[in-house]
Design a protein around this ligand. Structure first.
Ligand SMILES: O=C(O)CCC(=O)C(=O)O
Length: 293
């Protein structure tokens, strides 16, 4: 017997984002629910599935519908029992941070793992604790960013490739200004070596076939075969363009939200500004992706 689903998909802005209600992911979502969620992700790029209460194994099981999970290189803040889950939290326990915070994770616009040969397909954050004010996450549509560039610029960047690196210390656009009370040793994280990667500046989404701008100021630092005097102003122009408000959605977290974004055609930003004594705790899972083309 097939049971009619009550799932409802409602766009959040004209450019990006949709809210999904009427689905419970804690059990075993049906094949048609998964197909509808997948369709919504491809159509809206970021989906906000409301009112979930997922244990780490349930979030992992749901994430696996899209592929294998990728783990963070540094083991700090991985869930002690379920290392496929990264804990993001501004809670401090015995003087130590209980999770990665936006003081250093996510505060520069980025897509996940673009320094890797195979950047992440998509990632999910599930809200377990939310503050009254602050801690929003912003997303921007990189199809729109590409499509709204002047034609001459599109032609120019269509064949270019950019170098993406993980080490923030080598990226002047992604420097950390240490916040008061911030105790975590961030250098330790960047001392773990990771290979850099070169990716097309314009990538073709492997499922939709659409072209998306594929650079971000957190990881892209140079352009292949282009002197810096020319490359840096070009990157600056692209970085400025890609975060235009008309391409973006700013998510204010509600308890139980599961936000799932497509890293192949979006960038995102931790907006910060959690107002004390507000606590934000999110569980994050991320899916392995393909080599961009
Ligand atoms: O903390 C946030 O709001 C965003 C976190 C982030 O950038 C990420 O999970 O990749």
């Amino acid at each position: 017997m097939t049971v009619a689903t009550a799932m409802k998909v409602t766009p959040l802005t004209p450019a990006i984002g949709a809210e999904i209600t009427g689905v419970d992911l804690s059990g075993t979502p049906t094949g048609s629910d998964i197909a509808a969620i997948h369709r919504a992700l491809l159509d809206h790029l970021v989906i906000v599935i409301r009112d979930q209460k997922l244990t780490p194994p349930e979030q992992i099981a749901f994430t696996k519908h899209w592929g294998s999970l990728v783990r963070r290189i540094a083991t700090d803040f991985l869930h002690p029992e379920y290392p496929d889950v990264l804990v993001l939290s501004n809670r401090v326990v015995d003087g130590k941070p209980a999770g990665a915070t936006e003081a250093y994770a996510g505060f520069t616009w980025h897509a996940d793992l673009t320094y890797a040969e195979r950047p992440s397909l998509g990632s999910m954050l599930h809200a377990l604790e939310v503050p009254e004010e602050g801690g929003d996450t912003a997303f921007a549509n990189m199809y729109r960013a590409y499509e709204t560039l002047p034609e001459a610029m599109r032609r120019k960047i269509d064949t270019l490739r950019a170098l993406h690196i993980r080490d923030r210390r080598k990226n002047p656009r992604a420097q950390i200004t240490k916040k008061e009370g911030f105790v975590h040793d961030i250098d330790k994280y960047f001392d773990i070596p990771a290979p850099d990667s070169v990716h097309p500046i314009v990538r073709t989404h492997p499922e939709t076939g659409r072209k998306a701008l594929f650079v971000n100021p957190r990881f892209a630092v140079a352009i292949e075969n282009m002197p810096d005097e020319e490359a840096q102003p070009l990157l600056d122009e692209l970085f400025e363009h890609q975060k235009r408000p008309e391409f973006t959605y700013r998510h204010k977290w509600r308890l139980g939200d599961l936000v799932f974004w497509d890293n192949r055609c979006t960038i995102h930003l931790a907006c910060g500004g959690i107002k004390p004594p507000g606590i934000r705790t999110l569980h994050r899972t991320s899916i392995a992706g393909d080599v961009p083309f």
